[in-house]
Structures are given as C-alpha cells and as structure tokens.
Design a protein around this ligand. Structure first.
Ligand SMILES: C[S@@+](CC[C@H](N)C(=O)[O-])C[C@H]1O[C@@H](n2cnc3c(N)ncnc32)[C@H](O)[C@@H]1O
Length: 276
C-alpha cells in the first residue's frame, strides 16, 4: 500500500512501532503474560477469558469466515481460528503488525486458513458484499474517524444472519481534562464518543443490537498490570524503545488506568446481527 494514501485515521507510529517491532521477543512476551494474565498475542485491553465469552456469541465453526479488522499482530484472530476451526482474514494498516501476524500464523500451522493483509479500515475494504460470517474489531474502531461509514461498511461485508462485534475503549462517561485526552490519544488519531453513540450508530446502519456490555474494569486492571510489568523491566525497555517512547507509554498507561478506574472513560463491547 502506498504510504502517502493512508488516511488521517492511521494511528501514530511511536507506540505501535515499539510494540510491533519487538512483538516476538521474550521481553515483550513476558510483559504481555503479566499484563493480560496470559499472552495471546494481543496489543490492546483484550484477555483470553474475555475472548472466550465473545466466542460464545459469535457462533464460529469450521467453514465459517471471520474478518478481524485492525488485527494488530494477529494473536486474537489466530486464537479464534484455532479454537473454533473457522478461517480468519486479518487486516491492519501497520505493515510490521501484518508481517508478524503472517509469521505467527505459519508458526502455529494456521496459514492455510489465516490470511493477513495491509489495508486501511477507514476506507472501503477489498472484499465483496456478504463475504463474512462474522466481523470483529478489538480496541481499534476508535482510530477510525467516521463511525457510521465504518459500521455501514461492515454491514455490507456481513452475510445475512452474520454477527459483528467491536470494543470501544474510549467511550466518554465523565469529565476529562484536555491533558488526559491528549495523553490517552497519544498514539495517533482517535474518535471519542459519548455513551449511547455506538448503539445508535449500529442501529442506524441497519444492524440489530444484541449485546452492549461495560468492560471498563478489565481495561483499568490490564493498564495497571501492564504499567507495572514494564516498570519492572525499565532499563531493558529504555534501551530498546528510547526514553521518550518508554516514558510516553508509562504515562499513557497511568492515565488510561486512572480515568477508567474513576469511570470517566469507559470500554464497551457491542454485538450486533445483520438481519436475514
Ligand atoms: C490497540 S491496537 C489493537 C490491535 C488488535 N486488535 C489487538 O487486539 O491486538 C489498534 C490497531 O489498530 C490499527 N489501526 C489504526 N488505524 C488503522 C486503520 N486506519 N486501518 C487499519 N488498522 C488501523 C493499529 O495499527 C493497531 O494495530
């Protein structure tokens, strides 16, 4: 993909470069294990337990096809494919994330039914109508500036009866200072929406809302554990990431934990179905 054609929704490079550039190192694997209580190759607030409950809603099985939008390094999508037998197509705008995802798929023997592509999820996607049984997007929709356009595009891609699930980790549920917003959105372009906006948009796009659940506590705990796991490896991380990225990431995690704990910025999951 031509870099110059990337939309403004493309996340800033610093934090994602550090995460994806070092993704498969022992150090980063240990940090993920401690932060999430288990490393599933995620770069978000997503845990294995949480994914297990999402899987119980998605009705995936062998022969079904899942699109994982903004898949990162592919860990969550690969785990869903491994657990259910479905095929997965993952897309992300970050080239290094996609190449890591391809390498993890090969390592896990999942390449025949796991495909990863570089694509900008803010644009029309290179798939035909009704191509997928399910679409997931974990902690990434907040990087895409036009929520209605994005969900309408997913509705186009779903088969009738297909299910869409996304988590929105920056739902505004209380007062926030400009400094908090700036630190919380330091990894690129972000869309903060008020509570209720996601539900309304899902319905406006013709999808039937099945679940809306508050997962803020999970995010607060992961942010705290991730900050502590990184702090315990401070000198190694400063060496790899540089002082500015290390400190920026620690500040990001501290603010993310605090405003989530105080219920001012919340994380919700939404599950919706395309009517038959
Ligand atoms: C918080 S990470 C989540 C990654 C993955 N879903 C996970 O749970 O590990 C957000 C991801 O969104 C991707 N992203 C940001 N803007 C994007 C865009 N316009 N199109 C596709 N991916 C995008 C980033 O590269 C990053 O991998």
């Amino acid at each position: 993909m031509d870099r110059t054609s990337k939309s403004k929704s493309h996340a800033g490079r610093g934090q994602y470069d550090a995460a994806y550039g070092n993704f498969q190192t022992k150090l980063y694997e240990q940090i993920r294990s401690e932060a999430f209580g288990g490393d599933i190759g995620q770069n978000s607030w997503h845990t294995a337990d949480e994914q297990d409950s999402f899987l119980s809603w998605l009705a995936l099985s062998p022969g079904k096809t899942l699109l994982d939008v903004a898949c990162g390094a592919g860990g969550p999508g690969l785990r869903m494919a491994a657990k259910t037998g479905c095929s997965v197509v993952g897309i992300d705008v970050h080239e290094q994330a996609v190449s890591t995802a391809r390498s993890l798929a090969a390592q896990r023997g999942l390449s025949p039914r796991a495909e990863f592509q570089v694509a900008d999820a803010a644009e029309r996607l290179p798939f035909s109508d009704a191509a997928f049984d399910a679409i997931t997007c974990i902690d990434s929709i907040n990087h895409l500036s036009d929520r209605r356009q994005v969900i309408a595009e997913w509705a186009r891609l779903l088969k009738p009866g297909g299910r869409m699930l996304f988590t929105d980790p920056i739902t505004v549920t209380g007062p926030l200072t400009n400094a908090e917003i700036s630190i919380r959105s330091s990894a690129g372009s972000y869309l903060f929406v008020p509570l209720g906006y996601d539900e309304r948009t899902i319905v406006q796009c013709g999808l039937h809302l099945l679940v809306s659940e508050d997962l803020t506590r999970n995010m607060a705990e992961v942010a705290e554990r991730r900050k502590a796991a990184r702090a315990a490896r401070e000198s190694a991380l400063r060496e790899i990431e540089g002082d500015q990225t290390y400190e920026g990431q620690q500040e990001f995690l501290e603010v993310a934990a605090r405003i989530a704990k105080e219920g001012r910025l919340s994380r919700f999951v939404y599950l919706a179905e395309k009517l038959r």
